[in-house]
Design a binder for this molecule. Sequence first.
Ligand code: GTP
Ligand code: MG
Length: 582
Amino acid sequence: MRFSSLARTTMASPFTVHRLHMRGRHRLVNCLNGVQRTFRRSAGTEPGAVQTEGTLGEDSGEKDGPKSFYELMADRQEQAEKSVLISCQSRTSEKKFLNFLSKHGDIKKHFFYESYGVYAVVEFACRDNVVSLLESAAIPSVSHESMVPFKSRLLSLRNHSSGESPSLPCQPQTTVPINELIQRLSREQSVDEQISSLTEAYQLTEENSRLRFLVCSLLKDIAAAYFPECTIKPFGSSVNGFGKLGCDLDMFLDLDTISGKNLKTPKSGLSLEYQMKRTNSERHVTQSILSVIGECVDHFGPGCVGVQKILNARCPLVRFAHQPSGFQCDLTANNRVAMKSTELLYLYGELDPRVRSLVFTIRCWARTHGITSSIPGAWISNFSLTVMVLFFLQKRSPPIIPTLDCLRDLAGPADESVIEGNDCTFVTDFSKILLQSNTDTLEQLLTDFFEFYATFPFSRMSINIRKGKEQNKPEVAPLHIQNPFETSLNVSKNVNSSQLDRFVALCQESAWLLQQSETRTPTGVGGKRTTKPWGLATLLLPSQVAGVKGRKKRKPHHASERIKSLLESLKSKNDGQKNSDS
Ligand code: GTP
Ligand code: MG
């Protein structure tokens, strides 16, 4: 059924210029030179990255175009299954450490990082190597405490010999502070370079991604005590391509590998089936499973602290901190629609490098101004904000990304997915997606994004990435963004009108700032690079527009006098407008 609609759409679709294989992709991307370098960091080519063999890029880089979401997940999960996490002393000799571990097998990759001490992530060539390593590990001897004898792949290295080595080279797992970022951006020569630089500074590194999958794999070992065939998969910003260093780790306990394995009952003769406990609701099953796993994590999970079971939420979850990785974790079950949204966002991010760059920039801008927050409340969520960016990119002329309906029409039979009655089908094969030749620069896109939402008719219209067109609002809510898969839901239902007003006012201010000749270009003297905030950097300075200051009281900022006076003039212009409106 989908094949016939695929043929039809391919003919009729406006996306007929660039097929997303490497050749087409390069043609499109060549006009975006600055963007390309943004993606090198996550491929692990940063100087100083500790690599055991090959380059990290070999595993994560693109060979014949981007990896599908499933390939990415499968590769990362396999790496994680062959990995261990070891707490080390900082002054351990790296060479000795590797020699010691390689007695159990070849080490494919390793790196160190700091989080309440120094840790090493070590990936072996095969799982037997990990088994051998675990068999050689001792049970700690403690005299005044009792221990839960749960063995896991989280270990501690004991160094019984004397002698000091240089500190182990640690990979950063956190973002640069905002002031440092502003300075860094101010040294760039164009807004496009600033956007690329921001993305490079904020995006998840190769190492951080590996660590996220490893934490899921360690958690899976705990859940496997009850459900040996389960998997735990990351979703949300850890894997959708829009994750910032330090973002939370959303995890999904997948039990479908168990219940999905349904053998056909023979029509005649004998057969067996499992006796299983029955309850009257799926939600109740999810709550019971999470309750038990939550208890296990709390009582037996090494490094898991502050476990909270939030089982009455719309989406029940277990929240805890995983100390060795420093991740704030949310474990959910039966959350397949969120997994599908993650896959969709991943696909959009891979279609064109400008998507990720713009999303990173807008997310960073929003966070700096307190439009988004890590605490749940009446503000816009990162997920909603990302959907807003996608919608804006669909509305470009020509569009930069296709609509969800277009992606659904391109889907093949293997892509069919219906979850709880919701059509979650869309194409997963990148090569079927045709992109149009849009050559907008990132600077243009950023300016136009702010203008677009500064004047968007929020009071009447809903944002809809399925159609790629605004639709009449089906219900009263200050901000209406249709949930891409559960289409009767509004993903920004929580947002109140004052938060929306702040967003709009900040969009107006930022659009205006980007158009001012005094702030839109660097002011280098004698060819020297400026460190005075300009371009994107000025957008990250505290806002001067009345009523849109952050929720928290901010320290006095270091905007230049020039910017202050520009902002003052904007303020008086706004005041004048208000007076003439009233
Ligand atoms: P940060 O954690 O803020 O970096 O971003 P995130 O994308 O991970 O957001 P969050 O942790 O809040 O949610 C995790 C994932 O759940 C999102 O990426 C979405 O896939 C999904 N999700 C979150 N909120 C909604 C919502 O309101 N509706 C739907 N359908 N999915 C949501
Ligand atoms: Mg998240």
